[in-house]
Design a protein around this ligand. Sequence first.
Ligand SMILES: *Cc1c(COP(=O)(O)O)cnc(C)c1O
Length: 452
Amino acid sequence: MDLRGWLGQAIDWYERWAGEFGEYRPHPALDVGEERFAEAFGEFTERLGDNYPFFHPRYAGQMLKPPHPAAIAGYLAAMQVNPNNHALDGGPATAAMEKDVVAQLAAMFGFGEHLGHLTTSGTVANLEVLFVARETHPGLGVAYSADSHYTHARMCHLIGVEGHPVPVDAAGRMDLSALSELLETGRIGTVVLTAGTTGLGAVDPIHEALALRERYGVRLHVDAAYGGFFTLIADDREDGVASAPWRAIARCDSVVVDPHKHGLQPYGCGAVLFADPAVGRFYRHDSPYTYFTSDQLHLGEISLECSRAGAAAAALWLTLRLLPLTPDGLGAVLRPGRRAALRWAELLSGSAYLAPYQRPELDIVAYLPRLATLSAIDEASDRMLHHGMTDRDDPVFLATYAVTGASLRERGHRVADDVPRGRILRSVLMKPEAEGYLDRLHDRVERLAARP
Ligand SMILES: *Cc1c(COP(=O)(O)O)cnc(C)c1O
């Protein structure tokens, strides 16, 4: 799509809409003048260039990529109005769009009745879940896997709830027998399962954890901030993911997903969904300033955040209108990265210089130089990272991941752990372009590893 043209149309639309309200003159205090703006903008864009090329498949590092052009056009169009989705008074159109997209996300996870809203981030979305968990299970702790996002431990600290890390198995998934032992103590009220860990993309056995809820009366929350959209390709096909854990999300108490990760959105777009709408009671508050235009539900009444960008809901709404939450819609955007991850793991297995850390479960590949000690692996990984991104002719951007000697040996790597922890390499292949670029990427990374 012609983004330049559509951005112009977004401005045209705004001017037409604004024109409906009659003449007015912007205050001269706001006028900065074309010349001064040109100068400032020149300086600004110069500074902005100090960034990594997240859009390019040679960027194979963290969970970063630009939004879809439809999201950019949608965000810009709505941002000109600048609605605040806190309350219907702040922008009825984007609040309605938010309710639409939340219903689509709920349907994707198989939630029937639900209560949910967008958030600024996965962090806030998970915080809301932990807050509700504390209210429904007062005095009890929260269990999460040792490989879960650090936000869970941190937010438990924040809300004054005891957090309990549960060990992971050799695939990086929560060890359910360790969890059962912990639940036996009677100290846990909520279990956080991760569908796609941030480090490795490991998926906790959510389907097997369902039985524990009945037995121990715990809440089950799924942190699918990164992996949630893989639900669309959870079909057990070769280029899909295993269906069982994803189907089980429908039977859990809550789920979090970040449209700003795999939903093609700019930052500022997370989402939280609760299966039981009655949890809305924990959010109850009164506000002397808002909620006056309508008796209908205002999103701020069920959200811990106050102001939120209506533009974020608008951008997601427009994107999903074009790439709906179906296997052929957004699912087709995820599959190429999944295929790239599987093929890369294969290529790495055959490499003389590099080995895959474990088989990727989603589209995240972790790998390491074939060296005998953890300190040598750590040094080589660091060197590859820096040589890769400072090479002027053919740069490649990777990320690292800290592991222990024990976690390497559990996965069959024969390594002496002369240091307690060391870094290996990690690449998130979240752009569909990764598939077509994979041979070049592998070749480039292998040459980095071969270089002394
Ligand atoms: C990214 C992530 C988070 C944190 O979400 P933000 O949007 O970065 O605040 C939480 N959990 C998981 C599994 C994540 O991948």
